[in-house]
Ligand binder design. Structure first.
Ligand SMILES: [Zn+2]
Length: 287
């Protein structure tokens, strides 16, 4: 499932390709995504020009002129595909086809249909329930340790699941939560409310460090995610713990452990991430 770095990669590519283009027509598959795509979408977008592409957490906001914003979430398998001219071959699972006046095309493909496409009034976009409940985006505004301490006070939720809670911080998913906690030297099973201020400083430092490094490499390669240009991201080779069960920790050699938290896999080093462990000195290449 795409996380913040993958969605930011898509945002940058959409910004590069579609800002300034004007919609000629929009065609819908009529199939239901996470929610049904409004049948009025084609008429609302006709003749509108894309002005900006924003992101908050894992959500994309495509702003058109005359105050219309299309809110989009990639869900499990959604992809935006840009074509400079009309695609020669049809593709399966394309649910939104945007034709621009200059002859270029933008498709939203989503085999598993957990994605979201919804037109909103730009001014009220952040009042939409999907966005209104989200916590701050850790790339748009760097996380503040004191705010995290206050936010986690008394929380019995495991720190790994706390980081995944989009209401607390928007954008972190399963891969980067494991990576952040490993770099911060924190056991993923610890209760969020039990972390010291010093540990929260480590977490607040590692969140943007990991996310920015992943953005630089256009995210991580995994089964369904591809960038808009259909290239896999290359952050996978930088992962220290995720999907490395039984392999030696890159810092200390201890076999990486896999556990299940909230029905999802967590990977960690039992030595580097001991309860109360002082974060091990970082290797420079682990960036
Ligand atoms: Zn280790």
């Amino acid at each position: 499932m795409p996380e913040l770095p993958e969605v930011e990669t898509v945002r940058r590519m959409l910004e590069h390709h579609v800002v300034g283009r004007t919609v000629r027509s929009v065609r819908l598959s009529g199939k239901r995504l996470r929610i049904a795509v409004s049948r009025t979408l084609p008429s609302r977008l006709r003749r509108r020009t894309v002005r900006a592409v924003r992101r908050h957490g894992k959500y994309l906001l495509v702003d058109f002129d005359r105050e219309i914003t299309v809110l989009s979430h990639l869900g499990m398998s959604g992809r935006w595909l840009f074509f400079p001219s009309r695609p020669k071959e049809a593709m399966p699972h394309v649910h939104v086809e945007v034709a621009f006046e200059d002859g270029s095309w933008l498709w939203f493909q989503d085999p598993r249909r957990f994605g979201l496409i919804k037109a909103l009034d730009s001014e009220r976009a952040f009042r939409d329930p999907a966005l209104a409940s989200l916590g701050p985006d850790p790339v748009l505004a760097l996380p503040e340790p004191d705010r995290l301490v206050t936010n986690a006070k008394g929380s019995k939720t495991a720190i790994k699941n706390f980081l995944l809670d989009q209401k607390r911080i928007a954008g972190i998913g399963n891969i980067y939560a494991s990576e952040i906690l490993h770099r911060a030297g924190i056991d993923p099973r610890r209760r969020a409310g039990s972390l010291s201020r010093r540990e929260w400083v480590a977490v607040a430092t590692e969140i943007p460090r990991v996310l920015f490094a992943a953005i630089e490499r256009m995210g991580t390669t995994f089964s369904t995610y591809r960038t808009l240009w259909n290239e896999p991201g290359s952050y996978g080779e930088r992962l220290l713990v995720y999907d490395r069960a039984s392999e030696p920790c890159r810092k200390c050699g201890t076999p990486i452990r896999r556990i299940v938290q909230g029905q999802r896999s967590t990977f960690f080093c039992p030595t580097c991430q001991r309860r109360g462990a002082v974060p091990a000195p970082r290797r420079s290449r682990s960036g």
